[in-house]
Every structure is written in C-alpha cells, then in structure tokens.
Design a protein around this ligand. Sequence first.
Ligand SMILES: [Zn+2]
Length: 434
Amino acid sequence: MDYAVRVSHYLDPVTFELSRDVILLLAGGHVAEVITGGEVSGGLDGLAKQTLDLGDAVCLPGFVNAHAHLDLSHLHRQVPRGLAFTDWARAIISGRQLPEPIIQAGIDDACRMLAATGTTAVLDISVGGDSAPALARHGIRGVLALEVLGEPGRAMQRCDEIIRARFELDIERLGSDAGMAAAPTALAGIDYGYSPHAPYSTGAELYQLAYGRAFGEGRVCTTHVAETRDELQFVLDGSGPFHDMLSSLGVDLSSFAGYGETPITLLLRDWLGPWLPAGAQRAAPLLVLVHCNYPSGEDLQWIERTQPTICWCPRSHAYFGHEPWPLREYFDSGANLVLGTDSLASNDGLDMWGEITAAALAHPDAPRTELLRMATVNGRRALGLADDVADLAIWELPTGFQKPELEQLLNLCVGNHPRLLASFSQGQLTARAI
Ligand SMILES: [Zn+2]
C-alpha cells in the first residue's frame, strides 16, 4: 500500500454515505480498501509505506473543476467590470496577445490556487496545451480540451501539432514522423480532449470533425453554448451584437442569416445528432456543454434525450449578471450536472467551495448534497474517471458539526469554507496543511 490515512469521517463516492472512524488504504492511484469502525487496533503502523493520521477530519471526493481557462489566469482583475459580453470577449482576445512568460506565470498561480483549495482534477479549455506541465508539476489531474476555431481543416491540423508537441502520440493517426525519439514524455494524469469554441463562432463541419474524433477516441469534447441571449439571436437569425463583433473581427457574414434554430437544439439534434444516442440508458457524459444559460424551444427535450454533461459556472454567471440558471429544469432532465469556475477573467478565485456557495445563494432550496455531487463525482463522470480513484480532499471538521449527516455538514461549509488538511490526486499527496 502507498498510503494509510485515518480520518474521523469519510464520504463514500458512490453511495454518498458518511462513515465514522475510517482508515483508507491507497494503492496504485485507487482507494484499495476502506476500513471502518476502528477495526485496526494497532493504529496505522505497518499498513502502508506512508501514514497520515488526520483525526477530526472529513474526507470528501476531490473537487473536479469542469470548466476553466487556465491560460487566461493572467487577466485576473485586469478586465473592467460591467462590460457587455461582446466587449468583454474583445478584451479577452487582446489579453491573449500578452507575452508568453506572463501567460505562463498566470497558469502557475492558477495551479497553486487549485491545489490549495482541494481541486484534484480540472477540465481546462486550452488554446495551446500550455497548462500541461504546470498541472503535472502540481500533481493535479488535467484534461486539456484543445480549442478549435477557424477553418476546419487547418484547425484540426493545428490541434494535431499540439498533440504531437505536448502529449503522447498516436503514431497510427499522426504518422511515424511523429518521431519515436523526439516524442514528448507523457505527463502523469494529463490527457487531452477537444473543444469546438461555440456555435456562434464555429460551424457544423468543425464541430463534427472534433466531436467525431472525440467520440471515436473516447475523449472529452466540451463547448460553450447558449451563454447569452445575444448568442441565441445570432444563431437564430444572424443579427445583433454578435454579428457586429464577428464582422469587426473580419468574419465574412454577408451571406449568413442564422441557422433558424436555438443553439442547444442545433448542436444536439442537427450537428452532433449522428453520434448521439437517443435514450437515457446510453448517456453522453463525455460531451460537456458549458453554460446553457438560456434553454428555449426544444432544448430541454434534446438534453433529456441525449443526456450530455451540463456545466454551470455560478460565480462567472453572477459576474455577467445572467438570469437565474435553470437548475431545477436541468435536475429534472436527468443530465449529468457539474460545476466549473470559468476563467479568472470573469471570476475572483478557483475555489470550488466558492462555486458551491454561489450556487446555494442563487438557489437556496437546492440540496447541498446535490451541489457537492456536481462539484465532485459528477465531474469524475464527465472526465471518464472510475469511482474508486484516489482523488480525495480532506477537510477539518467544521465547528458545530455533531450529527453524522452530510447535509448538515455541507450547510456549515457553505459560506464558511473549511480548512484543507490534505489532498490526494491519482493516489499521490498533492497538498498538506502544516
Ligand atoms: Zn469558458
């Protein structure tokens, strides 16, 4: 065994039940055994190579941040508040032009913030795969969804160049010129996926190339969709602020009059329909739709039929002043719901307790247990991780916690974030309070 860890409370990631007096044995990146009720009388000695006795502490599944843009972290507090989305987007496009060392320093800071707040895995939308080394250094599991945008053939080729430079190679697809000797070393826990940007910026062909490949390779594919009402208008009839923004960026829209459909239905029914199974028994959790702030028309029916993952970013949502997120409707749809932070250009932190707290503030009636699922095990499902991965965050028990009930524990944690005592990602200790 690699680690033996003793905690007073442990949350089972499958049943979501709290057990008392637990010793966890971790081996090979998995939770190999859970010993409950103080059955080991001799203590932790001899149970594993390393031992950790954390006493009054609760071990929860590590947080999974299901939507981040780590390569925008250098823009933290750099963009004026209160901009319309299209003006904010223009500021972000300029912000990407800053020198590489500034961008890299932002990514490093962001990884430290993730590790310090119990996040053990992140789905990062990445333009160039730049966050891979920093995430690996901090021991955080990462899926880098490579953003594809622009002319479809060229966009996918660019994607391959990044894969060739950054990740372990698929020689069969990329060809032997990938270079056996020059192949990059695979980074533990770091993988890639695809991210067609959004239906207002990316057409059917590129969506189909990217999602078709993700589907065939069993990888994550994530995209922004139905984020603003202006997006709905543009996708429907080609008009509005998005028309003006894209035209000013040089996109030729002279013959574009919209798709005559809402963005979610357009994606799930028309563009990705051929790959998406109908019926809840064959869900598509590796397809992660981000925001979905404004479902309308037949959108909810198509979500119900195809069962994708849907990601809400509560604090970024509040930053843009969106209408209330339709949490109840999405609960009822049966889709896999997750939480993300979005980038530090529209959020003040990457702490997932902050997202749970903002979600609880926006929806006071939402069960805290469901919000915790969204921030943890549902995220694992979206990344295709097994239930027993040793991705764990261990927190000091909040004062006032007596009843062994999760909902009460979470009520104490919302708005009053507990102290992180230790966290594990892929079975390795990634953070430890002194
Ligand atoms: Zn985003």
